[in-house]
Every structure is written in structure tokens, then in C-alpha cells.
Write a protein that binds this ligand. Structure first.
Ligand code: NAG
Ligand code: NAG
Ligand code: NAG
Ligand code: NAG
Ligand code: NAG
Ligand code: NAG
Ligand code: NAG
Length: 487
């Protein structure tokens, strides 16, 4: 289609003459053209010779149905100023009628007359409207209404949509008459933001019209529900990414972040956020019962909280909610915290048993289970929980590095490594030698000292005490240890 702005484009004379020769014999010509409300059309006065070849007394006119719009007589040009197109029409080179800011009611037969020639153009108008002015939250389903108006019987249309990624979408037609088609698009995701195309087709009259429209979807780039795993006392950062930069919807939305430990539990508000006039997110802390921080530096359009030393009981659902014009959408992060304990605590003595307990808080998906295993251990050192069990105990008699894994299908989500120390063994040989009358008597006394209940942090202290113990043994030349060991 020719733009109303390019009025002075010149056509090569040779082509024009050829064109003229072909159609000059026809007194009547029927053309067909389509337009979109709000858009523009240029209607040709097809076949009219250039001004230089028109005789001075040729009358040229444009009519809408029987209404005279414009007329040229003896080089005098004048508009009849029909109100319906006032300020929306112009005559361009080659007596083309240009109409803009089209309305549904502009549909009709436009006739250009010059001499005995008549060129009828049937103008068919489409109007496409999208619900909520094209501004949606994720998961909403837009409604699209296509209306057509024509001077001739309305054709049966087939409608195909192409989303912003140029993927074909078949709309669900909810209600349809020849004039009006009401369709549901699809549940929107944030990546659906952009320019969509509605492709309208009919065989008779032949119509292939593309109508583009904008879809803005505000929402989270996170999935609706995400699981995040952490070991107790570690630092956890929970983030929600909004797509607010990518869309033409800078202001007007607010939101909040809530936490609850269980589905049925009371919800605690952690923070509120809103958008400043500059399009920046602004957060206000709300909770005083909960230890968290709002990181200062974070990517634009991100809601973030930091739990510096996560407690086992801080697991649960963190729900970020967006509100826009009274409508809501949300995205949840389920925080699962893992902890490990040993009973009895402390190093493991040879021959003794210890119970290791691994526990996760929060809900597990149906395909998740816990596993205990000893690093570099045997098959015997592996124990799995039942599916969805949140606690797994294992009785161990071997020291070493024990790991508890949370596995979903075959994917290890989190592991807690627990070092079981072997109760330290100190062997001291004190030779109390004596030679009596040539017969050499020597006996060795082996001495095993077991010092239990010493934590890693007290190692140096222990080493010091051991040195003291050795000194004591050497000085007293006796052994006062708990166990004897034969050489
Ligand atoms: C109008 O005429 C010009 C040439 O005069 C042609 O290029 C153009 O395709 C025509 N437009 C329509 C809609 O027929
Ligand atoms: C379809 O639209 C017509 C007129 O707009 C209305 O009378 C009719 O109830 C609608 N049908 C459905 C199924 O919505
Ligand atoms: C209409 O849009 C579709 C999809 O973008 C494109 O494939 C097709 O060529 C367009 N047709 C016209 C007539 O512009
Ligand atoms: C969580 O547990 C810790 C101790 O482990 C306690 O100090 C804290 O108050 C508890 N917090 C909540 C929200 O229950
Ligand atoms: C240690 O546990 C094993 C099996 O778990 C059991 O057979 C054994 O009797 C236990 N020993 C002690 C000292 O509890
Ligand atoms: C397990 O075995 C590997 C290879 O023999 C060794 O490098 C690693 O230190 C062992 N780990 C533990 C915890 O014993
Ligand atoms: C571990 O041992 C304790 C006591 O020795 C016993 O009560 C418990 O049932 C055992 N647990 C497992 C999982 O074997």
C-alpha cells in the first residue's frame, strides 16, 4: 500500500503510457482495497493520464457512494467538505484519494470519474481491539475482537495469529457473527510481550490482511514455583526477576513479598515494593520478626532478600506478588533447608555406634528422597529414604566423611557433608629398662590413651595436653593410661 506521505513519487512515463494503453479502452474499472481503523489508505484513480495529457476541460471527481467529495473543473479544484472525512482526506498526485485515521464507517464504494471513465474502489475496513488495552499480567488470557465492515456482503474470514516470536497461534473463537469475531488468545507468559500479528484471510473477495497489535505482559521471569535448597547456617539469596524493563509499562504496579512456613500457616509480610517515576523498584522492609537483608546492589528489576545464616525454621514458601490495576500474579520460591545431627555427638570410638540424622524442612516433590553414604565407603554404607521422606537416620560404626544427599529423580539437589572423627589414639611406648645381673630384661609398655569428646576447634589444646601427658609419662616412668596394649 502506498503511504499518504509519499504524494510526490513520480512514475516513469514509459510505464505509464504502457499502462494507459492497456486500460484506456475500459470505461469502468472495479478495484478492491482494505484498511484498518486508525490506519490510512490511498485509493487510486487507476488509468488516469498525467495532467499534461488531460484536456483542459476534463472534469475529475471523487465520490463516496453518491456523495461528491472532491471535484476539479477547468483546473479549479475544490472539496465539497463532506463532514465525515473532514481533516482526514487529501488528493495526491495522479488524483489519488488519501484517507487516514480510518473509521469502521469509512467502508464503502469510492468512485473516481474522469471524462467518461469511472474507477470504483470498494473499501473494506477491519477493526481489531484487544482487551485491557494490551496491558496484561502473566497468566492472563487476552480477548481479541475483530470487526469488519464492507459495502458488499461480508465474507467468512479465517483468522490466524502470530505471537511476538512469530509462532503460529490458533485462537479460540468464542462468539462469531459475519461482522464480529470474538476470540481468546492464550495464557500469556512474560516472553509473549511484543508485537503480534493477526492474519485475516478470505477467498472471495481475496483478502490477505495483516493487522499488528502490541501485547505487554508484566510478570516474573521465574517459573510460578521454584525450589531452592540450602544447608542450615549458610547464606541464602532469594531473587525474583521482573520483566518490567522490556515492556512499555513503567509505572502503576506495586507488590509485596510474603513468607509462610506451611500452606496453612500464617503469612508474614517481609517487604512491599513499588515503582518510582524513574521506573526504579523501591522496597520497604516490613518484618521485624525475621532476620533478612535487602542487598544494596542487585540487577535492575529484581526483588531480592538475603538470609545471612539461614535457620532450619526459615524454610517454607516465599511468595512474591505483583499487583496491577487491581489484578494479581505471583511467583513462589519454596526454600528447603537441610540439617544434620549426630547422636552421641563427638568422635566415634572403635566398636561403638553413632546415629546420624539428616533432616529437610519443607515440602518435597514426589520424586525426591534422602540418601546417606560414606565417602569412599562400601555399598553397606549407603542408606536411602522412602520417597518424600523428610528425615533419614543411619547407625554408623565407621568414622570418615559422611554425606547426606537430597536427590530428585537422579539429580542431586543438595548435599551435607559431615565429618565423623575417629576417637584419637595415642600410643606411647615407655621403656623401663633394667639390666640385672647380665640377663637383659626389658619390657615395653604400650600405652593407649583415648581422649574423647574433643572437637576440631580444640585440637591445638589437645595437642598441648598430649605433649604435657607425654612429659608426665617420661618423668614418672610409669603409665597411668586407661588401656594397655601388648607389643
Ligand atoms: C495504485 O497505483 C499505483 C500505480 O499508479 C500502483 O503502484 C499501486 O499498486 C496501486 N495501488 C493499489 C492499491 O491498487
Ligand atoms: C454472541 O454474541 C451475541 C451478540 O453479541 C450474543 O447475543 C450471544 O449471546 C453471544 N453468544 C455467546 C455464546 O456468548
Ligand atoms: C503477514 O504476516 C505473516 C507473519 O508475520 C507473514 O508470514 C506474511 O508474509 C504477512 N503477509 C502479508 C500480506 O504481509
Ligand atoms: C527459629 O529457630 C531459632 C533457633 O533455632 C529461633 O531463635 C528463632 O526464633 C526461630 N524463628 C522462628 C521464626 O520461628
Ligand atoms: C551397632 O549397630 C549394629 C547395627 O546397626 C548392631 O548390630 C550393633 O549391635 C550395634 N552395636 C552397638 C555397640 O550398639
Ligand atoms: C576418597 O578417595 C580419594 C581417592 O583415593 C581420595 O583422594 C580422597 O581423599 C578420599 N576421600 C576421603 C574423604 O576419604
Ligand atoms: C539406631 O540405633 C538405635 C539404638 O542403638 C536404635 O534405637 C535405632 O532404631 C537404630 N536406628 C536404625 C535406623 O537402625
Amino acid at each position: 500500500m502506498e503511504s499518504c506521505g509519499t504524494a510526490l513519487s513520480c512514475m516513469p512515463a514509459a510505464f505509464l503510457l504502457l499502462h494507459l494503453g492497456l486500460i484506456s479502452s475500459m470505461a469502468h474499472q472495479n478495484e478492491f482495497q482494505t484498511g484498518i481503523t486508525g490506519g490510512e489508505v490511498t485509493l487510486n484513480c487507476t488509468g488516469i493520464p498525467p495532467d499534461s495529457q488531460l484536456s483542459r476541460d476534463t472534469v475529475v471527481s471523487w465520490k463516496y457512494s453518491d456523495t461528491l467529495l472532491w471535484r476539479m473543473e477547468k483546473n479549479n479544484r475544490y472539496w465539497k467538505k463532506p463532514t465525515f472525512i473532514t481533516g482526514r482526506a487529501d488528493i495526491k498526485m495522479q488524483y489519488k484519494l488519501c484517507l487516514w485515521n480510518l473509521k469502521l464507517s469509512d467502508a464503502g464504494i469510492y468512485t473516481c470519474e474522469y471524462g467518461t471513465h469511472k474507477v470504483h474502489t470498494s473499501l473494506h475496513i477491519f477493526k481489531l481491539t484487544i482487551s485491557l488495552d494490551g496491558h496484561f499480567l502473566q497468566n492472563e488470557v487476552p480477548e481479541l475482537i475483530l470487526i469488519q465492515n464492507s459495502p458488499s456482503p461480508l465474507p467468512d474470514l479465517s483468522i490466524i495469529l502470530f505471537d511476538s516470536n512469530n509462532k503460529r497461534i490458533t485462537p479460540k473463537i468464542k462468539n462469531k457473527s459475519r461482522q464480529k469475531y470474538i476470540m481468546d488468545l492464550k495464557k500469556l507468559e512474560t516472553m509473549d510481550s511484543g508485537t503480534w500479528v493477526c492474519q485475516v484471510h478470505s477467498d472471495s473477495p481475496l483478502i490477505n490482511q495483516n493487522i499488528s497489535f502490541a501485547v505487554n505482559v508484566l510478570g516474573f521471569q521465574n517459573p510460578d514455583l521454584e525450589r531452592k535448597y540450602a544447608t542450615v547456617d549458610s547464606t541464602v539469596i532469594l531473587s525474583w526477576h521482573l520483566n518490567s524493563q522490556n515492556i512499555k509499562l513503567k509505572e502503576g504496579f506495586t507488590g509485596q513479598l510474603n513468607w509462610k512456613q506451611q500452606e496453612s500457616a500464617k503469612s508474614h509480610k517481609l517487604l512491599d515494593f513499588s515503582v518510582t517515576a524513574q521506573g526504579q523498584l523501591h522496597e520497604t522492609e516490613k518484618s521485624n520478626t525475621f532476620l533478612f537483608e535487602i542487598p544494596e546492589r542487585k540487577p535492575e528489576g529484581t526483588i531480592e532478600v538475603k538470609l545471612p545464616k539461614v535457620h532450619f525454621n526459615h524454610s517454607g514458601q516465599y511468595q512474591c506478588q505483583l499487583e496491577y490495576q487491581g489484578r494479581h500474579t505471583q511467583s513462589k520460591i519454596e526454600l528447603v533447608v537441610m540439617k544434620v545431627s549426630a547422636n552421641p555427638a563427638g568422635p566415634l570410638s572403635r566398636g561403638a555406634n553413632m546415629t546420624l540424622t539428616c533432616q529437610v524442612s519443607g515440602h518435597l516433590p514426589p520424586n525426591a528422597y534422602l540418601r546417606w553414604e560414606r565417602v569412599n565407603g562400601t555399598e553397606m554404607d549407603i542408606k536411602n529414604s522412602k520417597l518424600r521422606e523428610v528425615k533419614l537416620e543411619v547407625n554408623i560404626s565407621a568414622a570418615g566423611l559422611w554425606s547426606c544427599h537430597l536427590t530428585e529423580d537422579s539429580d542431586k539437589k543438595i548435599s551435607f557433608h559431615y565429618h565423623v572423627e575417629e576417637a584419637s589414639v595415642w600410643i606411647n611406648y615407655v621403656i623401663i629398662g633394667a639390666s640385672v645381673g647380665g640377663s637383659l630384661l626389658a619390657f615395653a609398655l604400650g600405652c593407649l590413651c583415648i581422649i574423647s569428646g574433643i572437637s576440631w576447634q580444640r585440637r591445638r589444646q589437645r595437642a598441648k595436653r598430649m605433649a604435657q601427658a607425654r612429659q608426665y609419662l617420661l618423668e614418672n616412668k610409669t603409665c597411668q593410661c586407661q588401656h594397655r596394649l601388648k607389643k
